[in-house]
Design a binder for this molecule. Structure first.
Ligand code: APR
Length: 176
């Protein structure tokens, strides 16, 4: 059995989370977008984008690959860092589940390397990237439960509406 922190659920705006790490549902450009990405850049301010641009000028010249994760400052957010990860776009013909799982594994690993004790995830890939909520919740919960999160005091999914919250509640109950 892997040592795990209990997973918490909350409904709200992830940019307001008072945690060490907020996970961003980014795209590979790292240069912003809508949804979570737009909210984090809008409220985090220019320092977040500045560090993303540095990453694009250096190690991630061709963009952040799907499933990978990288940290920047959280700028004006209450959090200390943003860990940007790129979720897979839903496909009815190709099983991209492992890439969605990688987002969670890699975001946790990057956060642990930073010494973070608390982390908040959005429902990655379930907005613009159209991944069905029940399946995304199942993958997210099962993946996080399979990781060693003993170094964290808080592992939280922050959902934007009741439907998403219900999907994650159901996944928590069934993914034992
Ligand atoms: N706080 C918490 N959850 C939010 C917020 C917010 N401020 N805004 C949106 N969400 C929810 C959405 O309702 C959805 O359930 O986050 C989930 C993920 O939706 P998106 O942000 O659209 O992310 P994703 O589906 O992974 O698509 C990523 O969208 O915004 C662009 O630049 C981003 O190209 C990338 C793509």
């Amino acid at each position: 059995m892997v040592a795990v922190a209990d997973i918490e659920l909350a409904i709200g705006d992830i940019t307001e989370q008072e945690v060490d790490v907020v996970v961003n549902a980014a795209n590979s450009s790292l240069l912003g977008g809508g949804g979570v990405d737009g909210a984090i850049h809008r409220k985090g301010g220019p320092d977040v984008l500045g560090e993303c641009q540095e990453l694009r000028a250096g190690r991630y010249g061709s963009g952040l690959p799907t499933g990978q994760a990288v940290a920047t400052t959280a700028g004006r957010l209450p959090a200390r860092w943003v860990v940007h990860t790129v979720g897979p776009v839903w496909s009815g013909s190709e099983d991209r589940s492992e890439l969605l799982a990688d987002c969670h594994r890699n975001a946790l690993a990057v956060a642990a390397e930073l010494g973070a004790r608390s982390i908040a995830f959005p429902a990655i890939s379930t907005g613009v990237y159209r991944w069905p909520l029940p399946d995304a919740a199942r993958i997210a919960v099962a993946t996080v439960r399979g990781c060693d999160t003993s170094g964290f005091d808080v592992v939280r999914f922050v959902l934007f509406d009741r439907a998403a919250h219900a999907a994650f509640e159901s996944a928590l109950r069934t993914e034992r």
